[in-house]
Design a protein around this ligand. Structure first.
Ligand SMILES: [Mg+2]
Length: 262
C-alpha cells in the first residue's frame, strides 16, 4: 500500500544509503521523488555531504533525478549558514571543499594565511585539496589564536570507492585536540541542521516526516525535533541494530527500500 504523506507538510529524504549508493539510485528512489513532485508535496533531500546543494543537483541529474538546489540541504551548507549567522560578515578559513568556497561567496571573507584575523574555520574531510596538510597547519594556528572550529559534521568515516575515508568529525577532533579547543558541528543529527532546514522550508518540524538509513544521524536527529521517521534498510542500519536501541530512538516505521512507499 502506498504511503500517505498528506498528514505532513514536508518529506525529508536522506540521500546516501536512502536515495542512492555511490552513483546508482536505490530501488524506488526515482519513482518516489517523481511521485512527491507530481503530488506537489514539499520535500528536501538531505545529506552530511561537505559540498554545496548546487553540486549535489548535478550528481543527482546523472542518476536521472531532477531537483532544484533549494530542495537540497547539505551539512556543508549548514556549516556556512551557521558561520554567517553567528559572525555577520565572517572572516572564515575553508578547510573543507570547493562547494563551501562557493557558498560563502558574497557573504563573508575567506582568510588565506595564519597571520590574519579569523572568526571561524569550516572543517570538512581531509581528502580534499582545501584540507591538505599545509592548510591544516594554518587552521591549527588560527584556532590557537581563537578562531572557532566549525565541523561540517561529526561523521567519523565515510565510504568511498577506495574504502573507508576519514570523515569531517575525525579531522575536526584531531585539530581541536591539538589546539585544546571545543568544536561545534552543523550536520545531521545536530538540531541546528534540522532547525535551519525547517526555517528554509517554512514548515514546523513536528509536521515533517524523515526517511533515512542511519539510526543516529537521521532517525535520532529527526526524533529530537519531534518529526515522524521511517528507517530504510538499504544503507548503514541492519535489522539487528533495531533490537539494541532504546525505545525513544526507535523509528516509527521500518521499510526494506523506498519501493515500500509507492
Ligand atoms: Mg544516509
Amino acid at each position: 500500500m502506498s504511503q500517505d504523506f498528506s498528514r505532513y507538510e514536508a518529506v525529508l529524504l536522506d540521500l546516501d544509503g536512502t536515495v542512492y549508493f555511490e552513483d546508482h539510485p536505490l530501488p524506488g528512489s526515482v519513482d518516489l521523488i517523481k511521485r512527491l513532485q507530481a503530488e506537489n508535496t514539499k520535500f528536501a533531500c538531505i545529506s552530511n555531504s561537505t559540498t554545496s546543494p548546487q553540486r549535489v543537483v548535478k550528481r543527482l541529474a546523472g542518476m536521472g533525478i531532477t531537483v532544484t538546489p533549494d530542495q537540497i540541504y547539505t551539512a556543508g551548507a549548514a556549516a556556512v549558514d551557521y558561520v554567517v549567522k553567528r559572525f555577520p560578515n565572517p572572516r572564515a578559513f575553508n578547510l573543507a571543499t570547493e562547494g563551501v568556497q562557493d557558498m560563502l561567496e558574497g557573504r563573508g571573507h575567506w582568510v588565506q594565511t595564519d597571520s590574519e584575523k579569523c572568526d571561524a574555520i569550516i572543517i570538512g574531510a581531509p581528502a580534499n585539496r582545501y584540507a591538505d596538510f599545509e592548510r591544516q597547519r594554518i587552521a591549527l594556528s588560527l584556532m590557537r589564536n581563537g578562531a572557532l572550529a566549525v565541523g561540517v559534521c561529526a561523521d567519523r568515516i565515510y565510504p568511498s570507492p577506495r574504502g573507508w575515508e576519514f570523515g569531517s568529525g575525525a579531522l575536526t577532533l584531531m585539530l581541536t585536540y591539538a589546539a585544546n579547543a571545543k568544536p561545534v558541528y552543523c550536520g545531521k543529527p545536530e538540531k541546528v541542521f534540522f532547525a535551519e532546514l525547517c526555517r528554509r522550508l517554512a514548515v514546523p518540524p513536528e509536521r515533517c516526516i524523515l526517511i533515512g538509513d542511519n539510526l543516529e544521524a537521521d532517525i535520532w536527529g529527526a526524533k529530537q525535533m519531534g518529526m515522524a521517521t521511517i528507517l530504510t534498510l538499504t544503507g548503514v542500519a541492519r535489522p539487528d541494530d533495531l533490537k539494541a536501541i532504546a525505545a525513544d530512538h526507535r523509528p516509527d516505521q521500518v521499510i526494506q527500500d523506498l519501493r515500500d512507499l509507492i
